[in-house]
Write a protein that binds this ligand. Structure first.
Ligand SMILES: *Cc1c(COP(=O)(O)O)cnc(C)c1O
Length: 426
């Protein structure tokens, strides 16, 4: 029974467009009514009808310890008692910056913002400011937030100028965004031979916004090479994979190193935080040191910083957590695959650290077009039935799943058993 959620959704739709503040929450990809959440406890979500769900979304990634983690909660409460915002520097910003910077050889300085969108938007401005060039290269299927120049889709043909993917974005603002196919080296080479005005290449090195689709090593190495040859900067968008794929994100487990890294999600532990980071030479171009302007009234918000510090400190004190999380993620998707196979359903599964993905298709997708060939109807039925069974998966095949430390092997066993029942009906 989700009667209260159904009513709440109707009421929300009266005053909030589509009843939600971020479109994916509306369940458009899977049908049905989004459940309204009352509270979270560790691995579990409780909706306003008091149904309990094992949560494999974890706020789309930020909650690596699960809901209402005591250490993070305490840090937030203690900090909030001292005032919510000052618009002046606090020690907490330097502390979180140090926590992040010390993890990566390739970055010296970090600037905090309030969302992943803002982090990426600012990183691109910085790359353009540093190089004095205008074009950016983006890969189809990677999501980098909703700023104008990144809301692009491929027109006809590949390696072409992006066309706006949303009304309200002038084509003048997307004409500098060059689109390439993910994991397609030839395509990327063509892009670099077509334009001599490329300021940066931005990529999710482990894509999590077209389902989970990792970039190949060769592909990343080729991007690095082409950037170095042309003087373009390489931006790893680690808003999702940062402190998720490993303690050092994707950057830590890949051979290729970026010039700029963007963060979000886990570094705020559920509070609104984003960040972009780079070498001191590149960051010297950012205001107030340099001329590239960037600002934010609530940037580096003390309560958000406190949540991030508590989360990163706890991760660093328990580095084995990544091993545990990736084992659990692997255990889950292997279980799902086994049961799907028994039911005669083709399921492709993969994990990177605590991120996992599964696709209803016959071969492992390596780019957006291939993900598009998956069986979306089957995914929708699976999602709806699993929700009834008490398992909360991302409501789109284009989203990754997230393991948190609070989820137990018993939770996962229960999930796989439920999935077996569901697969037999699909
Ligand atoms: C979530 C996400 C963003 C956008 O972050 P918001 O906080 O939603 O603005 C950008 N890039 C990637 C890779 C993301 O996963």
């Amino acid at each position: 029974m989700i009667t209260n959620s159904i009513n709440a959704y109707e009421e929300a739709k009266q005053v909030i467009p589509g009843g939600v503040d971020s479109p994916v929450r509306a369940f458009k990809g899977v049908g049905g009514t989004p459940v309204f959440i009352d509270r979270g406890e560790g691995a579990y979500l409780f909706d306003i009808d008091d149904n309990k769900y094992v949560d494999f979304v974890q706020s789309w990634g930020p909650l690596i310890f699960g809901h209402a983690d005591k250490d993070i909660e305490n840090a937030v409460i203690q900090t909030a008692k001292k005032g919510l915002s000052f618009g002046a520097p606090t020690l907490l910003e330097t502390e979180l910056a140090n926590e992040i910077v010390e993890m990566f050889d390739c970055i010296d300085k970090v600037r905090f913002v309030s969302s992943g969108t803002e982090a990426v938007m600012s990183a691109i401005r910085l790359a353009r400011g540093v190089t004095g060039k205008n074009d950016i290269v983006k890969f189809i299927g990677c999501y980098h937030g909703h700023s104008d120049s990144l809301l692009v889709s491929a027109g006809s043909g590949l390696a072409t100028f992006g066309t706006p993917s949303s009304p309200g974005v002038p084509a003048d603002l997307t004409k500098h965004t060059l689109l390439c196919e993910y994991n397609n080296i030839e395509n990327l080479r063509r892009c670099f031979s077509d334009s001599k005005d490329i300021s940066c290449v931005i990529i999710e090195p482990i894509a999590g916004n077209m389902g989970l689709v990792p970039a190949s090593k060769e592909f990343l190495a080729e991007i690095r090479k082409l950037c170095d040859e042309s003087g373009a900067l390489l931006i790893f968008d680690e808003v999702m994979s940062g402190f998720r794929a490993s303690l050092k994100g994707a950057t830590g487990i890949l051979d290729t190193k970026p010039d700029i890294i963007t963060f979000g999600k886990v570094i705020g532990a559920g509070m609104p935080v984003g960040a972009f980071a780079s070498s001191k030479e590149i960051m010297a171009h950012l205001s107030p040191d340099g001329a590239v302007y960037q600002a934010g009234t609530l940037s580096g918000n003390p309560v958000a910083m406190a949540a991030g510090i508590a989360s990163l400190k706890k991760l660093k004190a328990n580095p084995e957590i990544y091993n545990d999380l990736s084992k659990k993620a692997r255990y889950l998707v292997d279980g799902l695959k086994t049961e799907a196979t028994k039911a005669g359903i083709s399921l492709q599964v993969d994990t990177r650290g605590s991120m996992f993905g599964f696709f209803f298709c016959d071969s492992v997708p390596t780019n957006f077009a291939e993900v598009g060939k998956c069986d979306f109807g089957r995914f929708a039925s699976f999602h709806q039935e699993m929700l009834k069974e008490g398992y909360y998966f991302a409501c789109s095949q284009y989203e990754a799943g997230f393991m948190c430390s609070a989820i137990t092997y018993d939770d996962i066993d229960g999930c796989v058993e439920a999935a077996a029942r569901v697969f037999s009906k699909l």
